[in-house]
Design a protein around this ligand. Structure first.
Ligand code: FAD
Length: 388
């Protein structure tokens, strides 16, 4: 194993780039390589679901190109390059016919959209998932090409589906929102709070089809037809699929690293089951927790940068709530890690507080809508940490 082999990071999302930045701040000399399947541009993924309201073209979302990252951080950056295999014993990785050595390897491979239904070839060009800047460029271009407001059917009412629904309506488009659950944000908030968001959506003109499963997509002249399980059919110019994200674990798994549906398993020092290989971000399940949002991955990047520069550090996550970017009705949630004994509801109209409590009244998590979101700081102080 050559001593000069670089520390190598796979993935240029917020996790991979945050780690690279933190490493450089601690070690200016060590050779480092970043390999990424996408454009390698530095961008904040949360902004992807805010761009249409603000009429931001894709180039305004990237703060730095891959080339600027290379210059600023003194790393070799390989863009549009997919790592196909890892050999943990030889400490090499494979890209096509190339074999590259690494000294330490970090997997920051993120999470990929899941599509629980078939997309026929005839409509594939009008069906999108937006999970990185390249996806956003494609979706933005398809909307722009129409030159007038479009009818967009969004499948899925989780955080991503709801944020895009709010953003597209604010951007002047028509939105059909379809999902089998009874109310928006089913995994983040109790149903009454989800209903309050659904009401705010309806008032803003979103056609909300909750409790409805998509059965089929079909070509319909130059549009897409959507058949729902109650016999309803909808027609849209474009379809945005937001039916969930699954940690990318295939590369790790084929290298013999322990993974599950929740991600690449690591301990609190972000070490995987294989020596020399660490993981962080949406791809990683850290001591049983895969939080899939920004604050935990930033904390992980700091801890891992310390560990990889000779000061072993365990990561901790605080009681950090998720802020759902739906200005039509702001929502903040800290979902409890375990099913609570009860949810206690307070408030009226669209200003609601829901407290997840144990039998003896201890706070396990909370969800807030409307004017109640200002209670987030006070409640977070009383809630248990995500990873203490
Ligand atoms: P990713 O950004 O998915 O990056 C993964 C990287 O790995 C990519 O560069 C990819 O190309 C690369 N890769 C994968 N496999 C390979 C391979 N084999 N070879 C080479 N490269 C590979 N969080 C918040 O905290 N607040 C918010 O408001 C918020 N809003 C969001 C809005 C949207 C629309 C979405 C989708 C997410 C939002 N999140 C939000 C979540 C947050 O954006 C993610 O947790 C975070 O961006 C994940 O970063 P990551 O680097 O782990 O993964």
């Amino acid at each position: 194993r050559p001593m000069s082999a670089p520390l190598t990071i796979i993935g240029s999302g917020m996790a991979g780039l945050a780690l690279l930045r933190q490493l450089r701040a601690r070690d200016s000399a060590r050779p480092m390589t970043l390999i990424t399947a996408d454009s390698g541009d530095d961008y904040a993924k949360p902004l992807l679901s805010t761009g249409f309201a603000k009429r931001l073209p894709p180039q305004r979302l990237a703060t730095r190109s891959a080339l600027e990252v290379t210059d600023e951080l003194g790393a070799v950056v390989r863009t549009h390059t997919r790592v196909q295999a890892i050999d943990p014993l030889e400490r090499t990785l494979t890209i096509g016919s190339e074999t590259l050595p690494w000294s330490e390897l970090v997997l920051a491979t993120g999470a990929a959209p899941v599509r629980p239904f078939r997309v026929p070839d005839a409509v594939a060009g009008r069906v999108f998932s937006v999970n990185d800047l390249d996806d956003y460029r494609a979706f933005h271009a398809a909307l722009e090409a129409r030159g007038r407001p479009a009818r967009v059917a969004i499948i899925g009412i989780g955080l991503v589906g709801c944020e895009f629904a709010n953003d597209l309506v604010a951007g002047g488009h028509h939105v059909e929102l379809v999902a089998p659950e009874p109310a928006p944000l089913p995994r983040l908030v109790p149903e009454p709070l989800g209903r309050a968001l659904g009401e705010a959506f309806r008032e803003a003109g979103v056609a909300l089809h909750s409790g409805r499963r998509l059965m089929a997509l079909e070509a319909d002249d130059r549009r897409v037809g959507l058949a729902l399980d109650d016999g309803t059919s909808l027609s849209a110019d474009l379809v945005l699929v937001a039916t969930g994200l699954r940690p990318r674990t295939v590369l790790a798994e084929s290298a013999g690293i322990a993974v599950s549906e929740a991600g690449i398993h690591t301990d609190r020092q972000l070490a995987t089951s294989v020596p020399g290989i660490h993981a962080l971000g949406d791809a990683a399940c850290v001591d049983g927790v895969n939080a899939m949002y920004v604050q935990p991955l930033l904390a992980s990047a700091k801890a891992l940068a310390n560990t990889l520069t000779g000061s072993p550090s365990a990561v901790t996550y605080g009681p950090w709530p998720v802020l759902v970017k739906t200005p039509l009705l702001p929502v903040v949630a800290l979902p409890p890690l375990h099913t609570p004994a009860r949810w206690r509801l307070e408030g009226a109209g669209s200003d609601l507080t829901a407290l997840a409590e144990t039998e003896d009244g201890r706070l396990l998590g909370f969800a807030l809508t409307g004017r109640c979101v200002r209670r987030k700081v006070e409640l977070a102080r009383a809630a248990p940490p995500l990873l203490g």
